[in-house]
Ligand binder design. Structure first.
Ligand SMILES: [Ca+2]
Length: 140
């Protein structure tokens, strides 16, 4: 498997030569700090893959605006992770997932000095009694 340049740069920033030689330690699917987030996810969220205990930067909240209540979803990711694509997905039951395009709308974007960006998505609450959403990451 070839390693895309942005992820390789991330690996070289955080791992020793011996660790770099071991894909079970420094590969995209590995989780050497055993925090539940693979190295690829840590790359996307600009986390340190050798230090457990930090969570990806994302949150959701209900927001009132006029007569409507919306669900807002914010997350902050690394602008260097151009080799990872993300897609917001929705589900009525957390089993069958579909693209949130046309359901969630990007309403704001903030760039930070540390080469990260926060995106804010908003959904009008549906008529469903409940709805799930998730951020799906794919390595290119
Ligand atoms: Ca990890």
């Amino acid at each position: 498997m070839s390693i895309p340049a942005p992820f390789d740069h991330f690996r070289r920033t955080h791992f020793t030569p011996a660790q770099l030689a071991d894909p079970n330690f420094s590969g995209p699917a590995a989780d050497p700090d055993q925090d539940g987030y693979t190295n690829l996810v840590e790359h996307f969220f600009a986390m340190d893959p050798t230090v457990p205990g930090k969570s990806p930067s994302y949150q959701s909240e209900l927001v009132e605006d006029g007569d409507s209540i919306y669900c807002e979803f914010h997350f902050r990711y690394s602008l260097d992770a151009v080799d990872v694509t993300f897609k917001l997905e929705v589900s009525p039951d957390s089993t069958v997932w579909s693209s949130a395009t046309g359901h969630y709308e990007l309403i704001n974007s903030f760039d930070h000095a540390d080469r990260t960006r926060t995106l804010v998505y908003r959904s009008q609450l549906s008529e469903q009694p409940r709805e799930f959403f998730r951020l799906a990451l794919t390595a290119e």
